[in-house]
Design a binder for this molecule. Structure first.
Ligand code: ATP
Ligand code: MG
Length: 436
């Protein structure tokens, strides 16, 4: 160490929740506070008294500061350590001695998640998901992702339709983050949870004294807050028809009037609307304005239900197993074969959200390294009767797979039934069905 640091100060830094690291002018780490060890999962021997340039392939903030001799404040930073990549928000500052000579550098950092949470709690106007967060390998989901990417940078409004829990909001956020509006706000309004009188003031804002209870100074509406970015209108099908008329006018003119004001405000907002309702039918029944429907439907996305994406069920189950068990600090690695077969045979009316909830409950209750069928049942997954499962299997097993299995077992039916995990009577039903 070529400059002294007071022990009392170091102790104080240990009680700070941000990671703090200090290096000398040669780039040798001379201090890390407790939080820094925790954030990057390091032991003292791994880092302390090591040249920072040697402990990671990525250039560290400390080296950057030493080279530039200038502070770098609140920047996103990626840093690898022991094979793990960390996404951080860092600030680095040079340390000078009494003669103005640089003697070292200090780096103060926190995980990006913490920073995002903070930003969101202040503004509440951010989209967190990206297309990489949308798990799915089947053709139908891949083609919706491709289409969404194309739509992202076409500035038209988008209508997303899909059953509950299919990921409509996930798509809306990913589209925003993929679009060139990504650095501007993503503001969401759920049309189902607000009474219709409030939707009006939530969308358009109001002037002081516009109505009894109006806040002093007035309030900006979601359109103003979303200016330059995206306004996500969730559960659009629940929007009352007179508000639909106002919305249409805004979409046509891109001008809003706060309630109680005659001063129009110009806005630049892209709308992404989502619904699980059949808007076409609602238009026919006079519950939804046809002109608004056509205006929003220009770019239309249909998110497929989970039951039509069978090949994604286990992929998603394993994804949630990995993600949620880490979150719960548990080492759960497997789903039993019976468990998998149950997951595959369920109808998933609540789609991915239902699967996520079931896995989350099962992980919570699990005290081994495997999610079993019983755990899934306790977590709310319905059991099906033997007949229902067989019926489903009957429609699933293709002629091709059956003949290949029989070739593999040299015509041995018992062995084929075992390999296919079906009973012998079921195997015979298939043989008859396919004339084999
Ligand atoms: N393909 C996917 N990959 C990973 N997670 C997903 C996927 N689809 C949905 N999810 C997760 O499932 C949950 C439900 O998704 P989301 O809220 O986007 O659904 P939704 O269609 O908006 O539902 P609702 O109509 O009920 O509002 C979320 O936790 C989301 O992260
Ligand atoms: Mg939703």
């Amino acid at each position: 160490m070529n400059f002294p640091i007071d022990k009392a100060i170091l102790n104080a830094l240990d009680s700070v929740n941000d990671g703090i690291s200090i290096c000398d002018k040669n780039g040798v780490i001379i201090y890390l506070n407790e939080a820094a060890y925790k954030i990057v999962g390091a032991e003292k021997n791994d880092i302390l008294n090591h040249a920072v340039a040697r402990i990671s392939p990525d250039k560290s903030m400390l080296i950057n500061v030493l080279e530039k001799k200038k502070s770098i404040i609140d920047v996103e930073y990626f840093w690898s350590f022991k094979g793990k990549k960390f996404h951080l928000i860092n600030s680095g500052y040079p340390i000078f001695d009494d003669y103005g000579e640089i003697v070292g550098a200090i780096d103060i950092f926190r995980s990006i998640e913490r920073s995002r949470k903070l930003a969101n709690s202040i503004a509440g106007h951010q989209a967190f998901f990206n297309f990489e967060d949308i798990i799915g390998e089947c053709d139908s989901i891949k083609s919706v992702i491709n289409l969404s990417k194309i739509f992202s940078n076409n500035d038209e409004n988008i209508l997303i339709h899909g059953e509950t829990g299919t990921g409509k909001e996930l798509f809306a956020q990913s589209i925003h983050n993929y679009s060139n509006r990504r650095n501007n706000p993503f503001v969401a309004l759920n049309c189902a949870t607000l009474p219709s009188e409030l939707i009006d003031s939530e969308l358009f804002g109001y002037e002081e004294g516009a109505f009894t209870g109006a806040k002093k100074g007035g309030k900006s509406g979601k359109f103003e807050l979303a200016n330059g970015g995206t306004l996500f209108l969730d559960e659009l099908g629940e929007m009352q028809i007179h508000i639909q008329a106002k919305l249409l006018r805004v979409l046509e003119t891109m001008c809003i009037n706060r309630i109680g004001s005659s001063k129009p405000i110009q806005v630049d907002v892209r709308i992404i609307a989502a619904t699980n309702r059949n808007l076409e039918e609602m238009v026919r029944n006079g519950q939804f304005r046809q002109d608004l429907y056509y205006r929003l439907k220009v770019l239309n996305l249909e998110i497929p239900p989970l039951r039509s994406r069978e090949e994604d069920i286990l992929l998603l189950s394993n994804y949630f197993l990995d993600k949620l068990s880490k979150k719960a600090n548990k080492l759960i690695k497997h789903i039993s074969e019976e468990g998998k077969s149950m997951l595959l045979n369920h109808t998933w009316d609540g789609n991915v959200r239902e699967l996520e909830n079931i896995m989350s409950r099962a992980i919570y209750m699990c005290d081994s390294d495997t999610i079993t069928k019983d755990l899934l049942i306790q977590s709310g997954l319905e059991t099906k009767t033997y007949d229902q499962i067989q019926q489903k299997k009957l429609t699933k097993l293709s002629k091709d797979i059956l003949s290949k299995t029989l070739v593999k077992t040299k015509g041995n039916k018992r062995e084929a039934a075992n390999l296919l995990n079906i009973s012998r009577p079921t195997l015979y039903k298939y043989l008859k069905k396919y004339n084999l």
